[in-house]
Design a protein around this ligand. Structure first.
Ligand code: GDP
Ligand code: MG
Length: 215
């Protein structure tokens, strides 16, 4: 896509962390709307290429080491995985993309599966979109941003694995991400599952999107 990107970026306007994790539960996996959980809890989904750190981010947010399975052999998950948090809202681990050794049929199914979810999930309040600090965004990343724009879904852009890059090289590493996405630097939260940097800020933005009341 050429030209200005017009994404609804979620702010962290409140800067107060309110959510307390009382319970976490894997609900189910699904590929199509008829299998999505019927709950009407507000929902936030996590998207990005395989191995970018989606599952690690969710585990870090909820303080569980392995609520969501993480993997060093990426590309297997081609399902939407739904998690219930506190019986108040849902987090969804979306299927990754961009792993070379995935059958063509699986690759082809990804686009329609994602578009269908983004279009047909009214309780979806925001998508956390992850970018690896060491990688230049690729076609599917930009395609996803186009869909988020098209369906007017509030977006929380996150740059992950910042622990892999020394502090003084970060600006240089981030530049191609800013250029490819057309988003300003302050649209992104910098995150590390290792150091937990950025955890609070991601939560603040999720809360903003969920409009959670003080509990
Ligand atoms: N150093 C570092 N490694 C990470 C970070 N986030 C994820 N990883 C590692 O990257 C690999 C893929 O992570 P995973 O969460 O499974 O990615 P997913 O495929 O997007 O769900 C795993 O080996 C994780 O331990 C991070 O912030 N820092
Ligand atoms: Mg994963």
């Amino acid at each position: 896509m050429i030209g200005e990107r017009c994404i609804l970026v979620v702010s962290n306007y409140l800067e107060i962390l309110r959510v307390i994790i009382k319970s976490t539960l894997f609900v189910k996996s699904a590929t199509k709307p008829s299998n999505y959980p019927e709950s009407e809890y507000p929902e936030v989904a996590f998207a990005g290429r395989s191995n970018v750190g989606k599952s690690s981010l969710i585990n870090t947010l909820v303080n569980r080491r392995a609520l969501v399975r993480t993997s060093s052999t990426p590309g297997r998950t081609q399902l939407l995985n739904f998690f219930d948090i506190n019986g108040e809202f849902s987090l969804v681990d979306l299927p990754g993309y961009g792993f070379a050794r995935v059958p063509l049929a699986v690759k082809k199914a990804w686009g329609p599966m994602m578009r269908t979810y983004l279009e047909q999930r009214p309780q979806l309040r925001a998508v956390v979109m992850l970018f690896d600090i060491r990688r230049v965004p690729r076609e599917e990343d930009l395609e996803l941003l186009d869909w988020l724009e098209e369906f007017e879904i509030p977006t929380i852009p996150v740059i992950t694995k910042i622990d892999k890059i020394t502090r003084n090289r970060r600006a240089t590493q981030i530049k191609p991400i800013l250029e490819a996405t057309g988003l300003p630097k302050d649209a992104f939260t910098l995150f590390s599952a290792l150091s937990k940097d950025g955890r609070e800020e991601v939560w603040e933005r999720i809360e903003e999107a969920l409009e959670l009341s003080v509990s």
